[in-house]
Design a protein around this ligand. Structure first.
Ligand code: HEC
Length: 395
């Protein structure tokens, strides 16, 4: 019952996280697009910076951007902030339910560091807090006058974070923590800088004084960073479905490469209205993705070098090391149903999933999760030989 409730708590939080995340990032994409597409040239009223006509959902819309602000503030002004806050709150709750409540399985990897559960959670939350502190200090340092350099420094910091977390955590957890750290930076930007910047503008206008330009400049810088961070963070949100990324021997480097591709693609969409020729970035991004696909490919299986292993030996290994989780009724605490819908109790299912099992247990060491069941290297080698024959035979 308890496990069933956890599963549904996971489902509910994940659903909410997706909905509010889409609302946040969708609004942010929309305003970026709007900013780039405003018609700033045609006839317009004084005080108006640009306008845009659009048709959507069967209605015509006419949007106007003010150069500074309207002469009188409207009664209802929408702020776009709860989308960000609820994304963070649901994301942190999900981190607790999915990762921290079962930290031994989902966060710790004894092959990297024999961490206790509390130590693992402490390192995870510490890494997230540290990221905001370092990022915020960098944005307040003299680097803020050199936006390009600042951007590179931030990218460098997250690269180091990915590397450091990959040394101490299970690889899935390392990825998710980089994502949580980036997401936290983005939401903290909204909460501590962007919204206060807008509030200063509104207060100044209601008090009929000139707004202090500094908060506005800071808000713009942070908003730019958030814009570039969206694509990497979206990849990390779906990364746990792809063992060939986080499970790679240099999982952190794969994450850095994919993030660089995401940042480049975002950059193209930011500048395309000014530099249409920058479209070369898109094919270049696909070539880079193809290069990462090639780099992460599992080593080819050599024909004829494997021994014949009887099915019974494999059934014993799977029963010892996998079926506590991968069974119709798992006995592992915290599991209500077989993870990934994969029960490994009969050899037919095992055969049918040989490639997936090879990817997660032989080509990468992502299974057994956190090596909770203590699988030995010999068992891995034996399972590997059996799987190689099965995969060959199926071809
Ligand atoms: C402690 C629990 C646990 C144990 C033990 C375990 N797994 Fe898993 N397994 C998981 C979880 C959790 C997932 C991921 C489900 C998801 O996608 O979120 C998973 C996913 C998988 C997948 C699917 C990966 C993919 O996305 O294609 C395979 C294959 C797999 N496990 C094989 C194994 C094998 C083989 C063993 C034994 C050698 C094993 N697992 C032991 C928990 C476990």
């Amino acid at each position: 019952m308890e496990n069933h409730v956890y599963e549904w708590l996971n489902l509910t939080l994940r659903w909410i996280h997706m909905i509010v995340g889409i609302a946040w990032i969708g609004a942010s994409f929309y305003f970026n697009w709007l900013e780039n597409r405003l018609d700033r040239l045609s006839e317009r009223d004084p005080g108006i910076a640009g306008q845009l006509w659009a048709i959507h959902g069967g209605g015509f819309y006419h949007l106007r951007k003010f150069e500074v602000a309207p002469t009188a503030l409207p009664e209802h002004l929408h702020w776009f902030k709860w989308e960000a806050y609820t994304t963070w709150l649901s994301g942190m709750a999900l981190l607790v339910v999915v990762y921290y409540l079962n930290a031994r399985a989902f966060v710790v990897d004894p092959a990297k560091a024999e961490l206790g559960e509390l130590a693992a959670v402490g390192i995870g939350l510490g890494a997230i807090a540290l990221s905001w502190i370092v990022y915020d200090l960098a944005c307040k340092s003299p680097l803020r006058h050199r936006p390009g350099l600042l951007g590179a420094a931030i990218f460098g910091f997250f690269t180091l974070l990915a590397l450091a977390l990959d040394l101490v955590f299970g690889s899935r957890a390392a990825y998710i923590h980089v994502g949580a750290a980036i997401g936290t930076v983005m939401v903290a930007n909204v909460f501590f800088v962007i919204i206060p910047g807008q509030r200063e503008l509104v207060d100044a206008l209601s008090g009929r004084r000139d707004p202090d330009p500094e908060p506005g400049h800071n808000a713009l810088l942070r908003s730019r960073h958030n814009n570039y961070l969206t694509l990497p963070v979206l990849f990390i949100m779906i990364s746990s479905h792809f063992p060939s990324t986080y499970g790679h021997a240099h999982g952190w480097a794969i994450l850095v490469a994919l993030s660089a591709i995401g940042v480049a693609v975002r950059h193209y969409f930011n500048i395309r209205h000014l530099q249409p020729r920058a479209i070369w970035i898109l094919p270049a991004a696909f070539v880079a993705l193809a290069a990462v696909t090639w780099y992460t490919a599992p080593a080819a299986i050599e024909r004829g070098t494997t021994l014949i292993v009887p099915d019974d030996d494999i059934a014993v290994i799977l029963d010892d090391r996998c079926t506590s989780c991968h069974a119709a009724a798992p006995t592992q605490p915290g599991f209500a149903s077989p993870p990934a819908g994969l029960s490994l109790e009969d050899m037919e299912t095992v055969r049918a999933n040989a490639e997936r099992i090879y990817m997660s247990t032989i080509a990468t060491n992502t299974m057994p999760l956190g090596n909770l069941t203590g699988m030995t290297e010999t068992e891995r080698a034996v399972l590997g030989m059996w799987l190689e024959r099965e995969i060959e035979a199926a071809r």
